[in-house]
Ligand binder design. Structure first.
Ligand SMILES: N[C@@H](CCC(=O)N[C@@H](CS)C(=O)NCC(=O)O)C(=O)O
Length: 209
């Protein structure tokens, strides 16, 4: 039997964006759960042996290579199935637009959540982090008004990524009512059958959807 790609993930983490991308692309893969705290896989083996950075996602390719960094993994997946439209053709201007979004999400939105997960963080730090994150939401709101997805009518890996990180508001008790276009975007992406499948496979409950 052909070896399958393996996606190392943690439920609901940023690896969900790569997971959604694999399902949207219709590629065969196996899921491997990693504990990002203990750095162990379910069989007790060391996750650092897969990704020495200790973070998910990591994608083990059929040829044994391991690719890390979500933005690289998602584009790799999209390029395995160009007809899926998950990313425009490499080198096209439209591709740079998707890369512009991926970079913004990873550097400005994804990591802005980090202090909010830290139970030891000082309340003043959390307050600052929330205000900073909400400024990003204000800008995203202005960009999503009247739009179906980030780059127009087509769903891309950038949409999978934004959905995944904004979904964390469900776990942090942040109400998106102040950002109706962003909330509508989340609902639109959550309704996609492949997104539902990915969330069910990660054991995410209805509230997180
Ligand atoms: N730069 C990495 C960051 C990935 C990342 O932050 N992963 C988180 C989960 S969302 C994680 O595994 N954190 C545990 C750790 O880094 O020790 C990427 O974009 O793929």
């Amino acid at each position: 039997m052909e070896p399958l790609m393996q996606l190392y993930f943690s439920p609901g983490a940023c690896s969900l964006a790569s997971h959604i991308s694999l399902r949207e692309a219709g590629l065969p893969f196996d899921l491997k759960k990693a504990d990002t705290k203990t750095k162990k896989l379910e069989d007790g083996s060391d996750y650092y042996a897969i990704n020495s950075k200790g973070a998910v996602p990591a994608l083990k390719l059929d040829n044994g290579q391991i690719l890390t960094e979500g933005v690289a993994i998602m584009q790799y997946i999209a390029d395995q199935k160009p007809e899926s439209g998950l990313a425009p053709k490499n080198g096209s201007f439209e591709r740079y637009r998707v890369q512009e979004w991926l970079n913004y999400i990873t550097s400005e939105v994804h990591k802005s959540f980090s202090p909010l997960w830290n139970s030891a963080a000082d309340p003043a730090v959390k307050e600052y982090a929330s205000a900073n994150l909400f400024k990003k939401f204000d800008w995203l709101e202005s960009q999503l008004k009247g739009k179906k997805f980030l780059t127009g009518d087509a769903f891309t890996v950038a949409d999978a990524y934004l959905f995944t990180v904004v979904n964390w508001t469900n776990f942090l008790g942040i109400d998106l009512a102040k950002w109706p276009a962003l909330a509508a975007f989340q609902a639109r992406v959550a309704a996609r059958p492949k997104v539902q499948e990915a969330m069910a496979a990660e054991g995410l409950n209805k509230k997180a959807a």
